[in-house]
Design a binder for this molecule. Structure first.
Ligand code: BES
Ligand code: ZN
Ligand code: ZN
Length: 494
C-alpha cells in the first residue's frame, strides 16, 4: 500500500515535535553563500552549526544532503534542490536526502517545503513522488523481518504546500512504478506464466479492465508460430498473450502498450552460462512496465483508450524446445530462420506486435529487456529507444528529460538489415555476429508493426545497482514514468 498523504498549508513550527523530517529548500541566490541568514526554516540553527563544523558551504547540501539529530529528539535531513538542473538530478538529490530518514524505518514521515509559490509546487511534487516510490517495501522472503529493519511508510505529512488535486497523477505514477518493481523482483518459482496471468486477471477485475488470454492452444490455431516456438520448450502449457483493454467514453486516441514477459530466460538450447542466467527472472520486466504504465494511466484517469498486450512465456531447454536452424512461420505469415534460441524476446514480441497492430492503434509502444548490446552501448542509466516516426523519436527523448527517465534514440536504417538476410527463410531472427544486435532486434520487430506509429524501448535501465533517479532500489521500474509522460505528450499534441 502506498503511504497516505496529509497536506498542511502552514509551515512547520520549530516547536512542533516530530520524529523524521525532510526539509526541502530551493537553491536560490539568497540561499547562496556562506550563511542562510535571510530565510528561516526548521532546524536552521542545527544545520548552520553542522555546516560550520564540517567547513561546508550551504550550497553543498545541493548534491550532498545532510542530516542531524535536533535537541528535541527528531532526526532532520536538509536538502537544497536546483530547479534549473535536469529533473533526473533533482529526483536523485531528494532520494538521497530521504534515504537518510527512511533508514530509520519510520511509519510516518514529515516533509517541510520552502520557497516561493512556484518553487514550492515543484519541490512538493518532487518530494511526494520520491517518498511514495521509496516508502513502499518490495517483496522479501527473509524470515527475520527485523534484519534489515524497515517499516513500510504509512503516512506522509506535507507542510507548506497544499495541492487541490491531491497529487492524483503522481500517486498513479508511483503506484505503477511500484507494481512494475514488485512483479520484477518476485522469484521465478512464484511468478510462472500461470501465476503471473492469475495476478493480472485479479488486478484486471479490481480495476475494471477487460482481460483476455490468448493461450497456447489458441495461438497455435491462429498460426502464431514465432510465439509458440519459444513457448513449446516449457512443459507447462501456461504461456500466452494477455490482452487488457481500457476504454474511455468519448476519447479519440488509442495507445497500444506491448511488453516482453519472459518469466525466466535460460537461453534455451543456446544455454546461458550461470553468470548470465542469474537474474533472468527479471526478463519479464518489459511486461511489468507495460502493466504498471497501464495501471498508472488508468488511475490517473487519462483521456485515452489503451490496449495492453503482454507476451508471457519462459525460455526453456528441453526435448520439444525450438532449436537453431528451425524455420517457423509468424502470425503475419513471414518465415523466420532461428539463429540463436537466446534471442527469444523478439520472437514472442513479433506475434504480439502483429496482434496489437491488427487493432490499428494511433501509437504503439513496446517495452523489453531485449538485448545485451543495448546495455553494452548505454550502461544501465539510460534506456534506448527506436521509432519509425521522427516526431515520436523527438517526443520520446523530450519525455525522458521531463520525467527523469532518460532515453537515447538509436538508428534503424534499413541497410543494417543485410545482416538479417536468410538463404532459407524471409528473415533471420538475429545475426550470428554480435555487432549492433539492439539495432538488428529493433529492425526485426519493425517488420511486424506495419505502418503503425511505433516506439520500441530496449530497457537497459531496468536494473541499476544503487537505484536510478527517483528510485532507490536496484530494480528501477524504468519506463512507467516515461510512458506516462509520453502518453500525456501524445494527448497534448493531438
Ligand atoms: N533477455 C536477454 C537480453 C538481456 C541480457 C537483457 C542481459 C538484460 C540483461 C535476451 O533474451 C538475450 O538473451 N539476448 C541475446 C541476443 C543474442 C543471442 C542475439 C543477447 O543479448 O545476448
Ligand atoms: Zn534470451
Ligand atoms: Zn530474454
Amino acid at each position: 500500500m502506498i503511504a497516505k498523504l496529509i497536506q498542511k498549508n502552514s509551515p512547520l513550527n520549530q516547536s512542533d515535535k516530530i520524529n523524521q523530517l525532510l526539509v526541502i529548500l530551493p537553491k536560490q541566490d539568497k540561499l547562496l553563500g556562506k550563511n542562510l541568514n535571510q530565510c528561516s526554516f526548521y532546524g536552521k540553527d542545527t544545520l548552520e552549526a553542522l555546516l560550520l563544523r564540517r567547513k561546508m558551504k550551504s550550497v553543498e547540501i545541493c548534491g550532498d544532503p545532510v542530516s542531524a539529530n535536533l535537541e528535541n529528539g527528531s532526526l532532520c535531513a536538509w536538502v537544497m534542490v536546483d530547479l534549473k538542473e535536469p529533473v533526473f538530478e533533482q529526483q536523485a538529490c531528494i532520494r538521497k536526502a530521504l534515504k537518510l530518514l527512511l533508514d530509520e524505518g519510520p511509519k510516518v514521515l514529515q516533509i517541510s517545503i520552502y520557497g516561493n509559490a512556484k518553487e514550492k509546487r515543484k519541490l512538493a511534487e518532487l518530494a511526494v513522488f520520491v517518498t511514495w516510490v521509496n516508502g513502499a517495501m518490495l517483496p522479501s522472503r527473509k524470515t527475520n523481518k527485523k534484519k534489515p529493519f524497515r517499516n513500510e511508510l504509512a503516512k506522509i505529512i506535507l507542510h507548506g504546500y497544499k495541492d487541490a488535486s491531491g497529487f492524483t497523477l503522481l500517486r498513479s505514477k508511483a503506484e505503477g512504478n511500484i507494481l512494475s518493481r514488485e512483479l520484477t523482483v518476485l522469484p521465478p518459482n512464484e511468478l510462472t506464466p500461470d501465476l503471473y496471468c492469475s495476478r493480472i486477471k485479479k488486478l484486471a477485475k479490481s480495476e475494471g479492465w477487460k482481460y483476455e488470454k490468448y493461450d497456447l492452444k489458441k495461438l497455435r490455431k491462429m498460426g502464431a508460430g514465432a510465439f509458440v516456438a519459444v513457448a513449446q520448450g516449457s512443459d507447462s502449457e501456461d504461456a500466452g498473450i494477455v490482452h487488457l483493454q481500457r476504454r474511455v467514453k468519448g476519447s479519440d486516441k488509442t495507445v497500444a502498450l506491448v511488453g516482453k514477459g519472459i518469466c525466466f530466460d535460460t537461453g534455451g538450447h543456446n544455454l546461458k552460462p550461470a553468470r548470465y542466467m542469474y537474474g533472468m527472472h527479471e526478463d519479464m520486466n518489459g511486461s511489468a512496465v507495460a502493466l504498471g504504465l497501464f495501471l498508472a494511466a488508468s488511475r490517473a484517469n487519462l483521456d485515452v483508450n489503451i490496449d495492453c498486450w503482454l507476451a508471457i512465456a519462459q525460455n526453456h531447454i528441453g526435448p520439444r524446445a525450438y532449436k537453431q536452424n528451425d524455420v517457423v512461420t509468424a502470425l503475419n505469415g513471414d518465415t523466420i530462420e532461428i539463429i540463436n534460441t537466446d534471442a527469444e524476446g523478439r520472437m514472442v514480441l513479433a506475434d504480439t506486435l502483429s496482434l496489437a497492430t491488427k487493432k490499428n492503434p494511433d501509437v504503439m509502444i513496446d517495452f523489453a529487456t531485449l538485448t545485451g548490446t543495448m546495455w553494452v552501448a548505454l550502461g544501465s542509466r539510460y534506456s534506448g529507444v527506436f521509432s519509425n516516426s521522427d516526431n515520436l523519436t523527438k517526443q520520446a527523448v523530450d519525455s525522458g528529460k521531463l520525467c527523469g527517465e532518460r532515453v537515447s534514440a538509436f538508428p534503424m536504417d534499413l541497410d543494417y538489415k543485410i545482416a538479417l538476410k536468410s538463404t532459407i527463410a524471409d528473415i533471420k531472427q538475429c545475426s550470428m555476429e554480435p555487432e549492433a544486435d539492439h539495432i538488428l532486434a529493433a529492425l526485426f520487430l519493425s517488420r511486424f508493426v506495419g505502418k503503425t506509429p511505433w516506439v520500441h524501448m530496449d530497457l537497459s535501465a531496468s536494473r541499476n545497482t544503487g537505484g536510478l533517479g527517483a528510485v532507490g532500489s536496484d530494480v528501477t521500474g524504468f519506463g512507467v514514468g516515461w510512458g506516462l509522460q509520453m502518453i500525456q505528450t501524445i494527448l497534448k499534441n493531438r
